[in-house]
Design a protein around this ligand. Structure first.
Ligand code: ATP
Ligand code: MG
Length: 233
């Protein structure tokens, strides 16, 4: 049974007088202890599915169950708390706050959850060391390379030890070498036996980091491959 399960997800967006269906009956399971990649052509519905899996968007029909909790059935307030506690997010744009140091940026989710500032920063510094950013904790984002900024974003996403880490195009703003490095760190740090990592990507240079690959096309799941069947392009 998947740590993250979607059941018969349908998503319609309004388009003028009618609706356009961007997800058709999507049922997937994302297993704990695995890095699952979600791939497919631009516009096929990857970000929409990721947003529904994480409760950012509500499906038109269908259910999302994370770690036994039916996310779709939660009220808004409960959903916010659930997301804050159990999920971590990394995006293509690192979205770091320019006025804060790396450690302060990585501490933001803890501070938002009510952890005292000093404790939060200490835990963020420990997480930054885990992602190889120990020497850079006091630097501001504009003093860091793209790959280093993305590692701060990973530390921020992982600092509260989420069960599920979700990454939308985490390497697309990086050169090939930095992209490989952040994926190595992602596998080493994020992939605990009871945690799942989901990566949406166009970047075929990182396909070999996947344990499982879900191929989407036109709002549907085309096929799923397990490690061993996956080939870098
Ligand atoms: N808020 C919205 N309102 C209307 N249509 C939307 C909305 N968000 C997405 N869409 C449409 O849904 C489809 C899927 O979009 P989505 O962003 O999920 O694609 P994607 O696979 O992530 O693409 P990319 O690889 O370019 O990021 C697209 O046709 C898009 O135009
Ligand atoms: Mg997208």
């Amino acid at each position: 049974m998947g740590l993250v399960q979607t059941r018969n997800i349908v998503k319609d967006f309004p388009a003028g007088e009618t609706n356009v269906r961007v997800l058709h009956d999507v049922t997937v399971d994302v297993n704990a202890g695995e890095l699952t990649m979600l791939v497919g052509p631009s516009g096929c519905g990857k970000t929409t599915l990721l947003s529904i899996m994480t409760g950012i968007l509500t499906p038109s029909s269908g259910e999302v169950i994370i770690d036994g909790t039916n996310l779709t059935a939660l009220r808004d307030r409960e959903k916010v708390l659930f997301r804050r506690e159990r999920l971590g997010f990394v995006f293509q744009q690192f979205n770091l706050l320019p006025a804060l140091t790396a450690a302060e940026n990585a501490a933001v989710p803890l501070i938002a959850a009510g952890v005292p500032f000093e404790d939060a920063v200490a835990r963020a510094e420990a997480m930054l060391r885990d992602v190889g950013m120990g020497p850079h904790t006091a630097k501001k984002p504009n003093q860091l390379s793209g790959g280093q900024q993305q590692r701060v974003a990973f530390a921020r996403a992982l600092v509260h030890r989420p069960r599920v880490l979700v990454c939308d195009e985490p390497t697309s703003a990086l050169d090939a070498t930095s992209g490989q490095q952040v994926m190595e760190i992602l596998r080493a740090v994020a992939l605990q036996p009871d945690c799942a990592v989901i990566v949406v990507t166009h970047d075929n240079r990182i396909y070999h980091f996947a344990d499982r690959m879900i191929h989407m096309a036109d709002g549907r799941i085309e096929r799923t491959e397990a490690r061993g069947e996956i080939h870098d392009a």
